[in-house]
Write a protein that binds this ligand. Structure first.
Ligand code: HAG
Length: 222
């Protein structure tokens, strides 16, 4: 039996959460080693397992993969969530890159003060409502399918749902002007593997808190 992917990251969302989502959506069980101490990080460095000295690190198929987008595209291809041809694949990449850009805006607020976070969150929600969600609403309208690309479930759908839920954590009415996105959220959330991941007790991580920020600071000596 093929060994399960092993994820090395902090006990929190950061850059690893989209990788957890993709594996869960594919129905793939995975292991995690949570970085809690500087020594763990330094051992990964000393053992040469972090190509550019950074995490996320995913051990899969005998490889030590780093760089979030590279990991995501490898896993999307491996688990058939990457379209049927190059034209579908480039669309999936475009949509996945856009949703990752939006979610990384939240990641970037990690060390901000509560007041700065509130300000940033408002700007991020505005960006979601003015740049990203109108585009995805139009894609769903023009494409007329249940999914963003072709007529099958892909990495792009997984990541858009993740981004929608993340924006709703910042502003519960963020979808009020986007009826097709509301329907998309309901539809994709009901896909069995996603539905299971959304249940309490899954490997989904909660929103970042001050403890998570402290662990990251400590481990990375930021
Ligand atoms: C990727 C890290 C260091 N291009 C890479 O995987 O996409 C970037 C990876 C990256 O930046 N990793 C960070 O290892 C940790 S993740 N840094 C060590 O020497 O570069 C990042 C996000 O929530 C997480 O906390 C980390 C720092 C966030 C800082 C926000 C201002």
């Amino acid at each position: 039996m093929a060994s399960r992917p092993k994820l090395h990251y902090f006990r929190g969302r950061g850059r690893m959460e989209s990788i957890r989502w993709l594996l869960a959506a594919a129905g793939v069980e995975f292991e995690e080693e949570f970085l809690e101490t500087r020594e763990q990080y330094e051992k990964l460095l000393k053992d040469g397992r972090l190509l550019f000295g950074q995490v996320p690190l995913v051990e899969v198929d005998g490889m030590m993969l780093t760089q979030t987008r590279a990991i995501l595209s490898y896993l999307a291809a491996k688990y058939n969530l990457y379209g049927k041809d190059e034209k579908e694949r480039v669309r999936i990449n475009m949509y996945a890159d856009a949703t990752l850009d939006l979610m990384m805006m939240v990641v970037g607020t990690l060390f901000k003060s509560p007041a700065e976070k509130e300000e940033d969150f408002a700007l991020i929600v505005t960006r979601a409502k003015t740049r990203y969600f109108p585009v995805f609403e139009k894609i769903l309208k023009d494409h007329g399918e249940d999914f963003l690309v072709g007529n099958t479930f892909s990495w792009a759908d997984v990541q858009l749902l993740e981004a929608i839920l993340m924006m709703e954590e910042l502003n519960t009415s963020v979808l009020s002007d986007f009826p097709l996105l509301k329907a998309f959220k309901k539809r994709i959330s009901n896909i069995p593997t996603i539905k299971k991941f959304l249940q309490p007790g899954s490997q989904r991580q909660p929103p970042p808190d001050s403890h998570y920020a402290e662990v990251v600071r400590h481990v990375l000596q930021l």
